[in-house]
Design a protein around this ligand. Structure first.
Ligand code: THU
Length: 135
């Protein structure tokens, strides 16, 4: 059973660590691995804007570097610095593709708008995915 509230809380904690002086938009992510371990991430911006790393990929890359290869869920929260989260923050296209590398079709993408939790499956977020089978 996935504890969605706990994952959202961990994502909110992670959001505090965002380095986003250019957009002032702070994103946090909490990634649940198959073995139950959770990895957090926040967005890390760069003055060369294209070098920015999203919160989701920060979490995914630390988990993969720690030896994890399969994820059950990710919670994502985002919003302007200094404000409470008040809108859903869906993952960008690059992060969807990176998630799909390590998530099965039914892995959960958990979004939070400050009040409600919305859950989507990986397959809904990125249908007809390009994956290893296409190579
Ligand atoms: N951002 C994320 O961290 N995750 C997403 O999926 C969407 C966008 C970050 C990147 C950038 O630092 C800021 O939000 C504004 O785009």
């Amino acid at each position: 059973m996935i504890n969605r509230e706990e994952l959202v809380k961990r994502a909110l904690d992670a959001r505090e660590k965002a380095y986003s002086p250019y957009s002032d938009f702070c994103v946090g992510a909490a990634l649940l691995c198959d073995d139950g371990e959770i990895f957090e991430g926040a967005n890390i911006e760069n003055c060369s804007f294209g070098a920015t790393n999203c919160a989701e990929r920060t979490a995914i890359f630390s988990a993969v570097y720690a030896g994890k290869r399969s994820f059950r869920a990710i919670a994502i929260v985002g919003g302007s610095r200094g404000e409470e989260v008040n809108e859903y923050c869906p993952p960008c296209g690059i992060c969807r593709q990176v998630l799909a590398e390590f998530c099965s079709a039914d892995a959960e993408i958990i979004l939070f708008d400050g009040k409600n939790i919305k859950v989507r499956k990986m397959i809904e977020m990125l249908p007809e995915v390009f994956d290893g089978a296409n190579l």
